[in-house]
Design a protein around this ligand. Sequence first.
Ligand code: KDG
Ligand code: MG
Length: 402
Amino acid sequence: MKITAARVIVCSPGRNFVTLKIETDQGLYGVGDATLNGREFSVVSYLNDHLIPCLIGRDARQIEDIWQYFYRGAYWRRGPVGMTALAAIDMALWDIKAKAAGMPLYQLLGGRSRDKVLVYGHANGKDIAETVDAVAHYRDLGYQAIRAQSGVPGLASTYGVSKDTLFYEPADADLPTESLWSTSKYLNHVPKLFAELRQQFGDEVHLLHDVHHRLTPIEAARLGKELEPFKLFWLEDAVPAELQEGFRLIRQHTTTPLAVGEVFSSIHDCQHLISEQLIDYIRTTIVHAGGVTHLRRIAALAELYHVKTGFHGATDLSPVTMGTALHFDTWVPNFGIQEYMRHTAQTDEVFPHDYQFKQGFLYCGETPGHGVDINEKLAAQYPYQRAYLPVNRLEDGTLFNW
Ligand code: KDG
Ligand code: MG
């Protein structure tokens, strides 16, 4: 089965998405997501200028060989741009293979390990009262796991607090906006938020929180310890994770479960975090970490060390990634949870899919392949709109982590 064409489609049905479509001489095609939020065209160029010329004419069935060809063959390994481009090819090839087999992707991976996929949604508010209302709203929608973020008194804006209740989109301006950060104000506030949430909602609901890379290990240790009475499902991205051994310090001080990895692009970014049991959930996802082929290796390593999956699923991961991730989640033995931020109706229309949300769970479909397509005609009506993620400064002006 020869690859005859590969096309990169850029569209913006409410937000930017980069999509790869691979065609074969047998009439089957596959679709992959190549979206890297705020850096979209670096992946477009990597695919168009460097990978696609080497892809045409290859046998679409040889997924592993093609993966190795682009990973080892690049000489320049890893990194978000290269691994996202490789992931898009990999996703499209798994889609083709599953379509050729006449099976939904989870069957090819090894079959069903569960009936449904537990997901968490995002409840945000400008203060504690608003966040309580947002959590109540998600409870009404059927969610059993909810991430809670609240504005911090004294700070004009905070990560995770949106204008809209269901469709939080941080890449919100054509040049980066700037927010201000104070670690002490944040650390004083967050335990109050979770005390109130437990008071209001009891112990039944799973509560999660994302620090978004803003603390040092000892600060994260203090926060984890103070949050212990409120039994979080996880504390996410407590520190920027370039320093894997930094997690040892957090781990020595707290039993709050730790999740990390949405910005990782390879197994080498989390090898020590996993093998030294410094984390509980690994958040690398299909699109930013080399596709299904590479994620399988990460999940298998994690399984050895009692680490569960908890894939990133923000709105910048297109429905193509969400659909593929749901097949992976349906199969993977050490599944933990899946993040699920809803896409807008416009996005859902451009990417027809067969997955469904019911009462706090997502269900992947039974269509052969990963179950997500792109309506190219409709996509053409939504041209690219430049959009950046914000940057963050300390109150004295120092540039900080966003
Ligand atoms: O593109 C950046 C977003 O995907 C990220 O800010 C969302 O941290 C995030 C999360 O946990 O969903
Ligand atoms: Mg996050």
